[in-house]
Design a binder for this molecule. Structure first.
Ligand code: ADP
Length: 591
């Protein structure tokens, strides 16, 4: 950028030029006036001297007593300091201060003499060959009416006059120079005085522009510049105020966006990402820095999402849409879009808010599956009961033997219905208590709890000649909900007995390991294939449906155990290999 000249160097030369021109003009007029005055003075002086000389010599001239006239002219000239010449009307010189009249030629042709002879005062300036100098001449007539008989002339070298003038010029020049220098210095000072507050203001404004709005300008005395400084100061204060308001609002917005669990993306009218919050970065697996300014369609490749964004941008109403992100696993989003406007109500883009509803969707699916499974599980015994009741009604009642058998089947299926319903109820009870934080833990001696659980399973174990062993420290007394934990142990032991062959051993052991209590139920049964291990804790999942049903299983036992472990902030795992037996372990925090 071209460097602009300083104000000082724009003001100062102007002042100096104005001063110099004024001084020169004054000097020129003064010189002219002095010159005119000096010439006039010299002529007046010469005229007075000529008149004086005439007074002295007029009588002798008129009386034609011309003898000694030359000496008198010399004495007179010496006294009054100028050259006096007496010239007769014929042009003959009869006396002169500087020269012998005999050697002087006819003077009647001299212009001043000619004028004087007409009775007037003659004035002339020319070079004199008599004295070899440029002279000023003034001639007066010696009157003897009606015509002049002679002329008295006083003269003086011009050099004398110019000498005086030169002296005056020199004085004047020096004075002018002094005035010019003084004016230049005063101009410099005045320019500096004007320039200084403006420079200070410029520096202050630069500081404002650099963001230092707490800086305040000094307020100079003059109305205009002082007013300007005050206006700038109040502008800076207002700006400071506004900027701090905007900054705090921005910080608030930033904090809100960052702490939001919903993914938020703001786009401009061209569909470019203007802002993206942390949740959105995580959700779409992008880096905010990298995608800012990028088109949404390029940053996040999902046709439905991009259609949703463009519908929001082009529409006037808020848009709500469900979008699926296909992947492993699929993710479900509920998207809300609304247009953004500036202060003048012009559309500036759109705000897109995405809510991850995958978990809700999964829960919904679990619930739907559960209802379907439960209905299915309940339907089978109900159908059986209904069938046998109809058979009985249609005549089987008359055959006591068949009737007895059919009633047994009905009773068994009713028991099955009861146990499924009980299991469903206890599962939902545990879930509800866990959600509402209602489960009260109490310090409980572990060994008696295990013994009581074993008692509940003894009958079936005895039938299969299965012996159940307990290995537990008498002192072990963690904080648990005894009824729930007993139910969990019963479920595990029941399964171990159910799925083990006759004459085998089931071992229950409880040990403290670091900060955990590991409660395991080990059997020597048929084990579980590895592909089922992940799913056996799901509701109604059974490896062998027929076998389970035959054993009176509901498919909910392990799901209940898993929930009980969770309700104690613990977990359950299983180790099993087909033909070798299984070990189910509940890990509880040792508190
Ligand atoms: P069920 O009422 O059918 O026993 P569970 O939820 O208790 O339902 O068990 C789910 C499935 O896990 C069972 O159907 C069974 O196939 C398998 N299972 C559970 N415990 C054992 C075990 N100790 N040995 C072998 N298989 C087991």
């Amino acid at each position: 950028m071209r460097r602009r000249p300083k104000l000082l160097w724009q003001l100062y030369p102007t002042y100096v030029v104005i001063t110099l021109v004024s001084v020169a003009a004054v000097a020129w007029y003064a010189t002219k006036a002095v010159e005119e005055l000096t010439v006039e003075n010299t002529i007046d002086q010469l005229k007075s001297q000529a008149i004086l000389a005439r007074e002295i010599v007029a009588e002798d001239v008129l009386g034609q007593r011309w003898q000694g006239m030359d000496e008198r002219c010399q004495q007179l000239g010496a006294k009054i300091g100028s050259r006096i010449t007496v010239i007769l009307a014929s042009g003959k010189v009869i006396g002169d201060t500087s020269e012998d009249p005999g050697r002087m030629n006819d003077h009647s042709t001299r212009p001043e003499v000619k004028t004087a002879l007409t009775g007037k005062v003659g004035v002339a300036q020319r070079y004199s060959f008599t004295v070899n100098k440029t002279m000023v001449y003034v001639a007066v007539p010696v009157q003897d009416a009606p015509s002049a008989v002679a002329v008295i002339r006083a003269s003086m070298p011009v050099a004398e006059m110019t000498g005086t003038l030169n002296h005056i010029y020199l004085e004047l020049g020096l004075q002018c120079l002094f005035i010019a220098l003084l004016a230049a210095a005063v101009s410099l000072y005045v320019s500096y005085r004007i320039n200084r507050p403006i420079t200070a203001m410029k520096e202050g404004a630069v500081q404002f522009a650099a963001g230092d709005l707490s800086h305040r300008l000094e307020v100079p005395g003059s109305e205009e510049i002082g007013g300007l400084a005050e206006a700038l100061n109040s502008m800076a204060a207002q700006l400071d105020d506004r900027i701090s308001t905007i900054t705090s609002q921005k910080n608030q917005l930033e904090a809100i966006l960052t702490s939001m669990v919903e993914a938020v993306v703001a786009i401009d009218n061209d569909g470019r990402i203007a802002r993206i919050n942390t949740a959105a970065e995580r959700f779409f697996n992008v880096k905010g820095e990298a995608v800012r300014g990028m088109r949404l369609a390029e940053a996040i490749r999902n046709t439905d999402l991009n259609r949703f964004a463009s519908d929001t941008l082009t529409g006037t109403e808020p848009v709500v849409r469900d979008i699926v992100f296909i992947g492993t696993p699929d993710r479900y989003i509920q998207a809300h879009g609304n247009t953004l406007h500036d202060a003048r109500k012009r559309k500036t883009g759109a705000l897109l808010v995405f809510d991850d509803v995958t978990r809700l969707k999964a829960l919904e699916n679990v619930r739907r599956d559960f209802v379907a499974n439960a209905s299915h599980e309940l339907k089978t015994p109900l159908t059986t009961i209904k069938g046998f009741l109809e058979t009985l009604k249609n005549g089987a009642m008359d055959d006591p033997e068949s009737a007895e058998r059919f009633l047994d089947i009905i009773i068994r299926n009713t028991e099955r219905l009861t146990s499924i319903t009980e299991d469903i109820l206890s599962l939902s009870r545990i879930e509800r208590q866990q959600e509402q934080g209602e489960i009260q833990l109490e310090k409980t001696a572990f060994k008696p709890l295990l013994e009581s659980a074993v008692k509940a399973c003894e009958k079936r174990a005895h039938e299969k000649r299965i012996s159940i062993e307990i290995s537990c420290d008498d002192q072990l007394a963690p904080k648990i909900k005894p009824s729930l934990l007993e139910q969990a142990v019963v479920n595990l032991v029941d399964n171990a007995v159910k799925y083990s062959g006759p004459g085998t051993i089931v071992t229950i052991s409880a040990v403290r390991e670091n900060n955990e209590i590991a409660l395991s139920v080990q059997d020597q049964g048929r084990g579980i294939e590895s592909e089922h291990l992940e799913r056996i804790f799901e509701r109604f999942y059974r490896v062998d449906k027929a076998r389970s049903r035959q054993e009176g299983g509901t498919g909910l036992g392990l799901a209940i155990v898993k929930h009980i472990a969770k309700a104690h902030q613990g977990r359950i795992d299983v180790e099993s290999s087909p033909g070798q037996g299984s070990t189910f372990t509940i890990h509880l925090p040792a508190i």
